[in-house]
Design a protein around this ligand. Structure first.
Ligand code: AQP
Length: 334
C-alpha cells in the first residue's frame, strides 16, 4: 500500500484554505493509503510566538484534526517534536542542501519581508529542509498539500534524488498530491483575492477560520471583494486573472458542493446571490466540525493518548529511515 505523509503548523487558527487545500484530502487518503499525519510544532518556532500558546495550540490542532475526521484506527497522528528523528535528519539534509536553492524559496521571501529579512530567523530560512526531513523519514509516496507547497515539495524531491545519487539509495522520492483545479488547491483571501488565505495575514477580515461563528462567516463572505462589473450574463464567471474575487467565491462553492467553478458560475448573474450561497455552503461545512470539536475538547487526555500512540508508531518507522541515512552518509553507529 502506498504511504502518505502530511503536516500542519499549529500557528494561529486553521482556516478554510487549510481545510479545502489539505485537511479534507487527509481524511479521504487515510481510507486508501498508509497515512502519517503530523502537527508540525517545530515549524511553528520559525516565527515569533508565545511558548504557552504553542503547546495549547498544538493540542487544539490535534483535536481539530480528529474533529475533521482523522481516525486513529486508520492513520497515525502525532506531534513532530515527539519524534526526535525529524530534527536529526534535518541536520544531515542541511549538510547537502545549498544556500542558493533555499534562497529561491518564495515562501521565505514573503514571510521574511513581513518582519524584515535581517531579523528573520535562520529556522525560517531552513524550514523547507525540515519539511523535507518530515516527508522523507516516512518513505512517503504521496504528500497531500495545497498549491502553495509545490515549491517545497520540488525541493524535497531534489534533496532526495541528490542524496540517493551521492550516497546510495536511501529515500523514497515523493510526489505532491495537490487538489485538482477548482478543488480548493489555493483558496484566496476574501479581501485581497490576489493573495492566498493565510493564518499569518495582517488582517483577519478576509480569512474564514474553521472556528468562526455563522454570523462572522456570513459577514466576511458578504463583504468579500468582487469587482465593479454590473450584474448580468457573464458578470459571474471563472476568470482568476480578470476577476480574482468572483473566481475565488466560485472555487469555494465548487470545492464544497462539487462541480467545476465554470459549472457553478452558470447559475448566477449577480454577486449578492453568489455571496449568500457561498456563505451558506461554508456555514454548513464548518458546523459539524465545530460540534465534533466541542465534544472531543471535553477530554484532552484522550487526544493526548492518541498522540502518544501515534508518536510510538511514527518513531518505529522514522528510526529505520534515519539509521539508513546515518549509515549512508558515513556517521559511526553507536
Ligand atoms: N490558502 C490556502 N489554500 C489551499 N491550501 C492551503 N494551505 C495553506 N493555505 C492554503 C495548505 O494547508 C496545509 C497546512 O498549512 P500550514 O499551516 O502548515 O502552513 P502554510 O501553508 O504556511 O499555511 P498558512 O495558513 O499560510 O499558515 P502561515 O500563515 O502560518 O504560514 C498545507 O498543505 C498548505 O498547503
Amino acid at each position: 500500500m502506498k504511504r502518505v505523509f502530511s503536516g500542519i503548523q499549529p500557528t494561529g487558527e486553521p482556516h478554510l484554505g487549510n481545510y479545502l487545500g489539505a485537511l479534507r484530502w487527509w481524511v479521504d487518503f487515510q481510507r486508501r493509503y498508509d497515512a502519517f499525519y503530523c502537527v508540525v510544532d517545530l515549524h511553528a518556532l520559525t516565527i515569533p510566538g508565545d511558548p504557552e500558546e504553542l503547546s495549547k495550540s498544538t493540542l487544539t490542532m490535534a483535536t481539530l484534526l480528529l474533529a475533521c475526521g482523522l481516525d486513529p484506527d486508520r492513520c497515525t497522528l502525532f506531534v513532530q517534536s515527539h519524534v526526535h528523528y525529524h530534527a536529526d535528519l534535518t541536520w544531515l539534509l542541511e549538510c547537502t542542501a545549498s544556500m542558493g536553492e533555499l534562497s529561491r524559496m518564495t515562501q521565505f521571501k514573503d514571510k521574511a519581508q513581513k518582519g524584515g529579512e535581517e531579523s528573520a530567523r535562520v529556522g525560517l530560512f531552513a524550514y523547507p529542509v525540515l519539511m523535507a526531513a518530515d516527508i522523507l523519514l516516512y518513505d512517503a509516496d504521496l504528500v497531500p498539500v495545497g498549491d502553495d507547497q509545490r515549491q517545497h515539495l520540488e525541493l524535497t524531491r531534489n534533496l532526495a534524488e541528490r542524496w540517493n545519487a551521492r550516497y546510495g539509495q536511501t529515500f523514497t522520492v515523493p510526489e505532491a498530491a495537490i487538489p485538482p483545479r477548482g478543488g480548493g488547491a489555493r483558496v484566496m483571501d476574501l479581501q485581497e483575492p490576489e493573495h492566498k488565505m493565510s493564518k499569518s495575514a495582517i488582517s483577519d477580515a478576509g480569512i474564514v477560520f474553521l472556528f468562526d461563528d455563522p454570523k462572522s462567516i456570513e459577514r466576511k463572505v458578504k463583504r468579500a471583494v468582487t469587482d465593479l462589473d454590473p450584474p448580468g450574463p457573464g458578470a459571474v464567471r471563472w476568470d482568476p486573472a480578470a476577476k480574482p474575487g468572483v473566481s475565488n467565491l466560485l472555487e469555494l462553492l465548487a470545492a464544497i458542493n462539487g462541480g467545476s467553478p465554470e459549472e457553478v458560475a452558470r447559475g448566477y448573474e449577480g454577486y449578492a446571490k453568489l455571496k449568500s450561497d457561498a456563505a451558506d455552503a461554508v456555514i454548513s461545512l464548518v458546523r459539524p466540525l465545530q460540534e465534533r470539536y466541542r465534544e472531543l475538547a471535553q477530554d484532552p487526555g484522550a487526544v493526548q493518548a492518541v498522540l502518544a500512540a501515534g508518536a510510538r508508531k511514527a518513531e518505529e518507522v522514522a528510526a529505520m529511515t534515519y539509521e539508513r541515512a546515518r549509515s549512508a552518509i558515513g556517521l559511526l553507529g553507536s
